[in-house]
Design a protein around this ligand. Structure first.
Ligand SMILES: [Zn+2]
Length: 211
């Protein structure tokens, strides 16, 4: 047990787990900042798969996963399928739709709630996967469902959303008080503001009304 319990509670807070979910979905969707573009069309598929695997491992390490973080190609394929399922929660229009999406996942994809201390290595905490050595995709899907469920419960609003930039497919976690957020990052917000400004200058009478 190298980590102190303060480290542990920060790294393993519900919010931190939810942010890890969003970061993993974005890495697995292959559209985030972390993916280098494949150089040649011939090995594009392999290059992209490797890049996605690297990006996923990087996110896992960033959120405190202990080494070695080893992901087989199959793991990444199955994690991508899990990410697609989780996207439905982020795409929900309102809290009722987000709850319905989570209820579907909780009914069809997760096991019963259980407590684990990983053999005494961590404080007791809840899991929805079948056992502590469950495959990556099962762990990813079930830990994400748990974190998003608790966030929805706590804040009574959708736990996250899809970036409003048409050029971006990232998801984000809504956290903290304040106005509802629309973009995954400051970068997307700035880009869209600049684009809206340019549209306004060039075509002042054809506003889309959806900036
Ligand atoms: Zn974005």
């Amino acid at each position: 047990m190298a980590a102190t319990s303060d480290d542990w509670s920060t790294r393993h807070s519900v919010l931190s787990n939810a942010r890890r979910t969003a970061a993993l979905i974005n890495a697995l969707s292959g559209t985030g900042d972390r993916q280098p573009k494949p150089k040649a069309a011939t090995d594009a598929a392999n290059t992209l798969a490797d890049a996605v695997a690297d990006a996923v491992a990087e996110v896992l390490r960033e959120y405190g996963e202990s080494e070695p973080v080893e992901l087989a190609a199959d793991d990444v394929v199955r994690m991508r399928a899990a990410a697609l399922l989780l996207r439905e929660v982020f795409a929900a229009e309102d809290v009722d739709a987000a709850a319905a999406a989570l209820n579907r996942l909780l009914a069809e994809q997760t096991g019963p709630l259980r407590l684990t201390s990983h053999g005494g290595g961590t404080p007791w905490h809840p899991h929805l996967d079948s056992h502590d050595d469950a495959p990556w995709d099962e762990w990813f899907l079930t830990s994400s469902c748990l974190a998003l469920t608790v966030l929805l419960w706590d804040h009574q609003r959708p736990p996250g959303g899809l970036c409003a930039s048409p050029a971006c497919r990232n998801v984000y976690i809504t956290s903290g008080p304040g106005p509802a957020r629309r973009y995954c990052s400051r970068r997307c917000a700035t880009r869209e503001r600049v684009a809206a400004h340019r549209r306004g200058q060039r075509t002042p009478d054809t506003g889309s009304g959806d900036s």
